[in-house]
Design a protein. Structure first.
Length: 61
């Protein structure tokens, strides 16, 4: 069974992902965290979660 996808805590609603593997990663994609508080990369399933307390600083409601 493969390990679960990585979760990265961030402080900005706009993030990017390139797989983190250098030349063996995937194309860089730009993502935006929505009202759920997270977004998943469509290539590698890495989850970017908005850090607690960052919602107000990131323009959240």
């Amino acid at each position: 069974m493969p390990p679960p996808p990585e979760t990265v805590e961030v402080t900005s609603r706009r993030v990017w992902c390139d797989g983190g593997e250098g030349a063996l990663g995937h194309p860089r994609v730009f993502l935006e965290i929505d009202s759920r508080g997270y977004v998943d990369c469509p290539y590698c399933d890495r989850r970017f979660r908005l850090a607690a307390g960052a919602l107000l600083e990131a323009g959240g409601h």
